[in-house]
Each structure stands twice: as C-alpha cells, then as structure tokens.
Design a binder for this molecule. Structure first.
Ligand code: NOS
Ligand code: ZN
Length: 434
C-alpha cells in the first residue's frame, strides 16, 4: 500500500497490518471494518482484508492520548514566549483570544488535529471556547476528542449565568452530533478564575450529564491565595465545591501535598502531567508523581496548548515526563519507559471511558506505527526507543477508530491546512494588535 492509493484513507475498512513488531516481537493486526481490533497474532491467516499495510518493520503502539490541550491555541504557537504564567496570560494570550472568531477556532483546531495525527495522537482532551467549531475540525480529521467549553466567570454573577447557558448549549450541540469520536465534557478553568457558584454548577452539571470535568489545578502554587480567600487549600476547596466527585480530570497538580494526594486518591481524580509546559512556564515544582503513584492515582499525560509547549508531540512529552521526574526527585528509577508509555496512552483512555490504549482484540482500533528509522535503530527495546529516542515525526501510520488517517507520513489535505491556518493566525494577531 502506498500513498498513491487514496482509497485507504478516512473510512473504516478491513485492513491487515503486517510486518510489524508488537512488544518487540513480529506481529500482524487485523481490523475488520467495525472500528475495533479483530485479531492480533504472529501470522493472521483468517481474514478478509481489502487493504494490506506493510509496516516494513515498524513498531505498533496504541495511539497517544493527550489529556490536556487547548487545540485552537496552535494559532498562537511562538506568538509569545519566555514570560511568567500570569503575565503571559493577562498581557498576551487573553487579549488576543478576545479577537478569536469561529473560523479562527476551526482553523486552529484543524492545525492541532493535523499535528496530532502526524505525531501519533489519536485522542485528545480539549478545553477551550466555541467547541462546536473544534468538533467540526475533529469530525473532519477523523481523530477522537473530549471537548469541553471553558467557563471563566471571574466572580461576576451575570457572567456566571451566561457561562452556564453556553456550557449547556455546547454539551447539547456536541451530543446532537452523535459522533462516537466526540465526547462532551465540562471545564471550569481554575479556582482563580471561577467563582464558588461556577465550580458548584459545573460539578453538578458534569454529574447530571455523566461527562468528564476538566480543570487546571495547582499549576503554580495557588494554595496561599486560596487559603486567604476560602480558608482551605485548593484541593479541599474543590472538594468542598463538589468538583472532585465525578470524573474529575485535573491538569498540572504540581503543588499537591500528601493530604491533597490522599483526597485525590479517595475521590478517584485523574491527574494530568504537563512537563514541558510546566518547565517552560517555570511553575516551581514538578508533579509529585512518586507519591501519586504510591497512592494509586491515575496519572496521565498532556501537552497543554501549543503556545506554552510549543508542540503537541506526545513522544517528546513522554521523554520529558520521564526525565523530569527522575531529575526533580533525584531517582533514575522513577517512571521507567514502559510506565511513561502507559501514562501516555492507556491511562488517558481509561479516564475518558474509552476502550483504547491497548492493542488486543476487542479494543478500539486506535493504533500508530512508529517507522524503522534513524531514531529507532537498533531495536534492542522498542519501548525504550519510543520514549527516549524518537520524536513523533517517526510515526508513519496513524489509525483512529479503524480508519487510516496517515500512512507513510502522508495525510490528505495537510498542505491546505498549513497554508490556511498560517494566514488565519497572522490575521488574528494583526487584528488583536491593531
Ligand atoms: O497554562 C495555562 N494555565 C492557565 N490557563 C491557560 C494555560 N494555557 C492556556 N490557558 C487558557 O485557558 C483557557 C482555555 O481553556 C484560555 O483562556 C487559555 O488561554
Ligand atoms: Zn492548560
């Protein structure tokens, strides 16, 4: 199969993937056109393949699950760097975001989806505005996503009421799309931007709808301000407002203490590690991963937006997570490669309630092939190579929901998306700085 056969792209087909390695051993995978993995074995004889993908010795991995993103922010990649978090948000990012149109959101998300497919991500957990436009991009790209409108009420009751109605409308619109690849979520931005009534409402709404709640927690040390305002640490305050009780996904969590970690474990909170963004914005502390792991908390991995990372490559993120944890806690045995891979795939899928992140019969066919190339040779340990040696650009095939989205590095329509999103980004910044 080569890129000259356009029929392979975009639809679920009966496909045999052969000449690949799975956990270091020769393997074949058969997709039966349902969107699931039908069989996995050394040689699959019983199949009805319409297409055959020859992996040329590639390593098959589950698609990466990026658990904290702001996909439209890809438009602001490289627009503003090297500043402290609050100055960066309040003087650069928020004033520019005030000019975003629905079309900007759509093209920013198109660019993000393209980058994620290119670098082996098949699912992302997104928090932003105008999420139906993000959904349109996700729908077209063929990727999977949990999409949450980001509530910011700033303690203003009128704004709170408006935000609730946008949130309800967003969830209803996303549900009405009836696309199994699109999962609605709820996102109060953070404790420093959302009121108590906002946090409580989001918690109740996520429970009523049984959908994930995605929030920024303890990125920088938010505890002193929270104690001043509410007499409690951030984790306790969130629990007090009901936020931790239902499918809570907490991004960053750098400043959790031992009690906070116990509380997160009790409430079943999922934590997202964002090592590159945390290091770039110098948030002051690394995720207390060893303690979270000991407490049994589900830890996942995310990139954050492309304006604080500045890419959405989960391979770079895995490596950074593993080496930051070793360095910060001064122990090279922390987060071995196979753990980093699980954190970047299976753990995220679990948190979103998706039957993915494992290559085995019955699981969703969200699969990537990491090509045999200069950063994956020699293949003593394919997991080590994936985490420590290669970037996502070595991914040559990306399959989501049983449909091939990229093969041999080729993604249909990529050039148009690059050209258009570049124009849209420059035009946005021109309007915002006029
Ligand atoms: O690192 C971050 N910390 C806090 N807020 C952020 C960060 N990156 C982006 N946003 C902001 O979150 C909102 C979308 O959900 C946007 O306003 C975005 O600029
Ligand atoms: Zn963020």
């Amino acid at each position: 199969m080569t890129q000259t056969d356009p029929d392979i792209f975009g639809t679920k087909t009966q496909t045999l993937i052969r000449n690949i390695r799975l956990d270091g051993k020769p393997a074949e995978i058969y997709l039966d056109g349902t969107g699931n993995i039908a069989s996995v074995g050394e040689k699959i004889k019983d199949h009805d393949a319409e297409f055959i993908i020859d992996g040329n010795g590639a390593t098959a991995l589950p698609g990466m699950v990026n658990m904290h993103a702001h996909s439209p922010m890809s438009l602001l990649r490289g627009y503003s760097d090297d500043m402290p978090l609050f100055e960066w948000l309040s003087t650069k990012i928020w004033p520019t975001e005030a000019h975003l149109t629905e079309s900007d959101i759509y093209w920013g998300a198109k660019l993000a989806c393209l980058e994620m497919i290119r670098t082996g991500t098949t699912t992302f957990n997104d928090m932003y505005f105008m999420m139906n436009n993000v959904a349109e991009a996700v729908d077209e790209a063929g990727i999977r996503a949990c999409l949450s409108y980001c509530m910011i009420d700033g303690g203003d009751h009128e704004k709170f009421e408006k935000e609730c109605s946008v949130m309800e409308k967003t969830v209803a619109t996303l549900k009405a799309r009836a696309n199994p690849r699109i999962i609605p979520g709820v996102s109060p931005h953070a404790v420093y931007t959302v009121s108590e009534e906002g946090l409580r409402w989001c918690a109740e709404f996520s429970e009523r709808e049984n959908i994930p709640l995605h929030i920024h927690v303890d990125e920088t040390d938010e505890n002193p301000d929270c104690i001043k305002a509410h007499g409690m640490r951030v984790a306790q305050w969130l629990d007090h407002c009901g936020v931790l009780s239902n499918r809570c996904i907490a991004a960053h969590c750098c400043w959790l203490d031992a009690d906070d970690i116990r509380l997160f474990a009790d409430r079943g909170v999922t934590v997202v590690h964002n090592p590159v963004s945390n290091m770039k914005l110098s948030v002051g502390r690394a995720l207390p991963y060893p303690e979270l792991k000991a407490a049994g908390v589900n830890v996942t991995l995310g990139t954050d937006g492309a304006s604080s990372n500045n890419d959405l490559d989960m391979f770079g993120e895995m490596k950074t997570a593993a080496i930051l944890q070793k360095f910060f806690w001064n122990d090279p045995t922390i987060m071995p490669a196979s753990e980093a891979l699980t954190i970047a795939s299976r753990n995220g899928a679990k948190a979103l309630g998706i039957n993915a992140g494992v290559i085995a019969p019955g699981f969703l066919a969200d699969i990537i092939l990491v090509g045999k190339t200069v950063t994956t040779t020699p293949a003593f340990n394919t997991t080590s190579n994936a985490v420590y040696a290669t970037s996502g650009l070595a991914v040559d095939t990306t399959i989501c929901d049983g449909a091939v989205l990229m093969h041999e590095g080729f993604i249909p329509g990529a050039e148009e998306i690059l050209a258009k999103s570049e124009r849209v980004a420059f035009d946005l910044v021109r309007r915002a700085t006029a």
